[in-house]
Design a binder for this molecule. Structure first.
Ligand SMILES: C[S@@+](CC[C@H](N)C(=O)[O-])C[C@H]1O[C@@H](n2cnc3c(N)ncnc32)[C@H](O)[C@@H]1O
Length: 216
């Protein structure tokens, strides 16, 4: 399932108000808008347009509430992470994430990625993605590992979904890379470097008490 289909499957049906954090070029925001959602998409690098605002999450002054917040390949960059996730929890009762686990990029994954790039380059295609993963790793040592991101979101939301996914194909230009990486992840030959997560606002203490009272 591609990332837009995953996000759409996690959202309540439209009409609903959705905050997208770290929207990049805006493709997901445009897809959500086309599906009937009321979208605010933020990123310091957001494109111009009615859906977009060129601010960080930290700078955003929009009071909300939103029905959901979505962040695709963003939270592993955000520092400090705890206050940012707490702000998302104040703004929306549902958080949907598509994420990258940089700590899982081991020697086997690196070999596979380098091989895919070599094959693509041999055909004359631009393989996409970083050329040298050792250099890339050294330049991105500040990215949060998945355990840090998951601990932060689990502190503010109740987890309702976590799946581990192939990821490196998203850096590569060849569409066939996805099925190849997925097959190797499924057999355990490659680590899953991506994950998808959704969580909802915790039930209030009052609501929990009410349910417990009903059961008693
Ligand atoms: C890897 S890109 C992903 C972009 C897009 N979501 C995608 O999947 O193509 C990460 C994006 O997060 C944005 N970003 C990083 N920290 C942010 C923050 N604190 N608030 C809003 N956006 C942020 C960056 O500017 C960048 O565009």
């Amino acid at each position: 399932m591609d990332v837009n289909a995953f996000v759409l499957a996690q959202l309540p049906p439209p009409p609903a108000r959705v905050l997208e954090v770290g929207c990049g070029g805006g493709e997901l925001a445009q897809a959500l808008d086309a599906a009937g959602y009321d979208v605010l998409a933020i990123d310091p690098r957001a494109p111009a347009g009615a859906l977009f605002r060129t601010v960080t999450l930290e700078e955003l002054e929009e009071p909300g509430p939103f029905d959901a917040a979505v962040a695709v390949r963003v939270l592993h960059h955000v520092d400090p992470l705890g206050p940012a996730v707490a702000k998302l929890a104040r703004l929306a009762p549902l958080l949907v994430l598509d994420e990258f686990a940089p700590e899982r990029l081991d020697a086997v994954a690196q070999d596979w990625y380098d091989g895919q790039r070599r094959v693509l380059a041999a055909t004359g295609a631009d393989p996409g993605g970083p050329e040298d993963l050792d250099e890339w790793r050294a330049a991105h040592s500040d990215l949060h590992p998945s355990a840090v991101v998951l601990a932060a979101v689990r502190a503010a939301f109740e987890e309702r979904l976590l799946t581990w996914e192939p990821y490196l194909y998203r850096w590569l230009t060849d569409p066939a890379s996805e099925s190849h990486e997925r097959a190797l992840v499924e057999t355990g030959a490659l680590p899953a470097l991506g994950y998808r997560w959704a969580g909802t606002a915790p039930a209030s203490g009052c609501a929990r008490g009410t349910r417990a009272g009903r059961r008693a």
